[in-house]
Ligand binder design. Structure first.
Ligand SMILES: [Zn+2]
Length: 602
């Protein structure tokens, strides 16, 4: 198994110019005790300064005793399994030992079993496969918590009939007036029985008294009459910016609201929960992610983010109750030169890495300057010189502050335009070492990948065709077969990782992302991508590579001594299951920092 381009791309000297204490926060707490014991010097035997030596001796014995105890008794041993460590050599082991939330040893059953103390718990894996917890390098889960109690997720549902059944069940369980929403993560094309949307009359029949919003990807929303009424959308409502309220011949809304601006307009009408409910939503969302196999992600913020969105995560993280690691980037979406001025004043105050290993800011993104953003379903790129100039002012200020920057860029012309600006910035203030990255990169070519490598950048590639694959073929024709170009990116040797862009534009389930990268199939089974990669390459890209992208390579990404015990016990073997079953893999157990955060009842 080659791991070309996956290791040591960010050597340790290439770090942002943060003071060592800031930079190393939460990064090097890994226990080195097993080695320390052997490194202690033997005691001096001289008779002089007896008192002093006795004192040193006492201290040494006390210290050494503590060390020996810590080494001798792991809290937990997982044994008799197929442990896919995803370390630099892709080692497969049988057993591992955990102490204080970290892995202390990995090896054979016999080697690890010897370490058990009287209080060590032992779990027999019965031959099951263990992999590192999956890490998503691009998701919007911090935002998604806002409506989680109202969400009816359609992730992976391939039958329209099934959706109607699910909705009827939700209505039965709801009180009149409760909202039922699906804010993206699905598209009509994933239904194999009847690939259509949801007309107003049909939704009204099922849900006469509950507002219903079914938002397909980020393209359009289907509303029932109760939702139109609650949102105060009628014949007099003007179209929102960037959106269109569909109306019939008599001028009445049809229930369909079109385009990104329309989708955002409708989503903003769904009532927000109070603080207590928001915290509860956050717990439930994270529990759902744990059940799917996610243990960490890079959060890209999104539309309408507020301090409240971050607050529930911070609250849980500070109490040790956040069961996943949410590393996030500051998002600002200036759209005019005046707004750029405001943001420029804010950048020098930015201080990343002030949180803990569960909730922390790592830099800036995914928008730099709003007007230069591109869209997956629009072939053209907006790269006007005056907009690029604003983007460059901001990016230069971020470089001067030494911040990590992630930019949303999709089409090849936009990638080229961003790279030209970054190359110019790099001459003024070197960005190599700041680990800048591009997200999405659906049309990146070889030359652009080479230029990115020269700037020390990483590539974050996403599984959005899982639901948008058919639409992408309509818009981009044959080019869509290579969007995104997994194989080209893998072969370029650039540091890269996998993510989803959940929850609005993709399903959240990381096994769907792995399945897509390996098979090129969208939900429902249609093949839409020919740039597939090997399952081992996909797994590395969804674990170890992403750990580096999250600035957590000392803590996460592989099952190795010193790293956190973030891992999954799977119901089938990822390495040998037929490729089409990768999407169906389910964790039987999910562990984060040595704590079991999900366990199947089976
Ligand atoms: Zn994006």
């Amino acid at each position: 198994m080659t791991t070309r381009g996956q290791s040591n791309l960010f050597s340790s000297h290439l770090r942002p110019p943060w003071p060592a204490d800031v930079w190393s926060l939460g990064r090097f707490r890994g226990s080195q005790w097993p080695d320390l014991k052997n490194k202690f010097p033997s005691l001096p035997g001289r008779q002089t300064m007896r008192t002093l030596i006795a004192a040193i001796f006492t201290a040494w014995v006390t210290c050494a005793a503590t060390v020996v105890t810590a080494v001798a008794a792991p809290d937990l041993i997982l044994h008799n399994g197929k442990i896919v460590t995803v370390d630099g050599r892709f080692t497969i082991a049988q057993s591992l030992a955990i102490k204080d939330g970290r892995i202390v040893a990995v090896g054979t059953n016999a080697d690890i079993r010897k370490r058990a103390g009287k209080d060590t718990k032992v779990i027999d894996l019965k031959g099951r496969t263990v992999i590192p917890g999956l890490i998503d390098n691009h998701a919007h889960f911090i935002r998604a918590a806002e409506h989680w109690h109202q969400e009816m997720r359609l992730d992976g549902v391939t039958s329209r009939k099934q959706v109607l059944k699910m909705l009827a069940e939700r209505v039965r369980a709801a009180r009149p007036g409760d909202w039922i929403v699906t804010l993206g993560g699905w598209a009509e094309e994933q239904f194999t029985d009847d690939p259509r949307g949801f007309p107003l009359a049909e939704l009204d029949r099922i849900a006469p008294n509950n507002p219903v919003v079914l938002q397909a990807v980020y393209i359009h929303s289907y509303l029932n009459s109760a939702a139109l009424k609650a949102a105060k959308i009628d014949e007099n409502t003007p179209n929102p910016p960037g959106g269109r309220i569909e109306k019939d011949a008599s001028g009445k809304p049809t229930g369909v609201v079109q385009d990104a601006g329309g989708v955002a307009f409708v989503a903003a009408k769904v009532p927000l929960p109070d603080r207590e409910k928001w915290i509860d939503n956050t717990r439930k969302l994270v529990a759902d992610l744990n059940q799917m196999g996610l243990t960490a992600w890079l959060d890209a913020g999104g539309r309408g983010m507020s301090a409240e969105h971050y607050e529930s995560y911070r609250y849980l993280a500070e109490r040790g109750e956040l069961n996943a690691r949410a590393l996030w980037t500051t998002i600002r979406q200036p759209a005019t030169p005046e707004q750029v001025e405001k943001v420029l004043a804010e950048i020098p105050q930015q201080k990343p890495f002030q949180g803990n290993d569960y909730f922390d800011n790592v830099g800036w993104g995914e928008t730099v300057y709003g007007p230069v953003i591109t869209q997956l379903l629009r072939p053209e790129s907006n790269t006007k010189p005056e907009d690029l100039a604003q983007m460059r002012r901001l990016a230069l200020a971020l470089a001067e502050r030494g911040l990590y920057v992630n930019s949303h860029v999709e089409m090849t012309a936009a990638i080229d335009a961003f790279l030209r600006e970054y190359e110019a910035i790099n001459k003024e203030r070197p960005i190599k070492g700041l680990r800048w990255s591009f997200s999405h990169l659906d049309q990146v070519n070889e030359a652009e990948l080479e230029r990115m490598k020269k700037l020390g950048m990483s590539a974050q590639i996403h599984s959005r065709p899982l639901i948008q694959g058919a639409l992408m073929h309509k818009v981009h024709g044959d080019k869509a077969w290579e969007m995104p170009p997994f194989r080209r990116v893998q072969e370029s040797g650039i540091h890269w990782g996998l993510g989803s862009d959940a929850t609005a534009v993709t399903t959240s389930n990381p096994f769907y992302t792995l399945w897509f990268a390996v098979t090129g199939k969208m939900i429902g089974g249609a093949k839409v991508n020919r740039q597939t990669i090997a399952r081992e390459e996909a797994l590395i890209a969804h674990t170890r590579s992403n750990a580096t992208i999250l600035f957590q390579e000392a803590n996460l990404g592989s099952l190795a001594p010193g790293k956190y015990a973030d891992l999954l016990v799977l119901d089938r073997d990822y390495l040998t299951v037929p490729a089409d079953q990768i999407k169906d893999i389910k964790p039987l157990m999910t562990m984060v920092g040595g704590k079991i955060v999900y366990e199947s009842k089976k």
